[in-house]
Design a protein around this ligand. Sequence first.
Ligand code: FES
Length: 112
Amino acid sequence: MSANAVAENDTSVDQSSNPIVRFLQGAKLLGQTLYVEGLTLVEHAEQAGVEIPTNCTSGTCGACMVTLLFGEVPLPVELPPGLDDYLVEEGARLGCIGCPSGDVDIDIRPPL
Ligand code: FES
């Protein structure tokens, strides 16, 4: 088989074009998983074998706060108690309620 050969009869989705959710700690990649619509960052982390600490799981305590490095994790119109405008400007997102909208890079540490 030549180096340019492409798998024939492969009906699976080309994973190279599927969005990826990556979890880092600084420059170190801890794990990554395919993006699944509707899953939270904590649920994606579990799939990637990465632990994000949680407590309330409802956006109140901030225990699951991570930093968005790349991509989008949309915020609710009204910020939950665990976030404020300053933290959001620094990239903070709450893993228990934040759902990525495609490719994202997440530092599992809070921004501050
Ligand atoms: S676990 Fe409390 S805000 Fe996410």
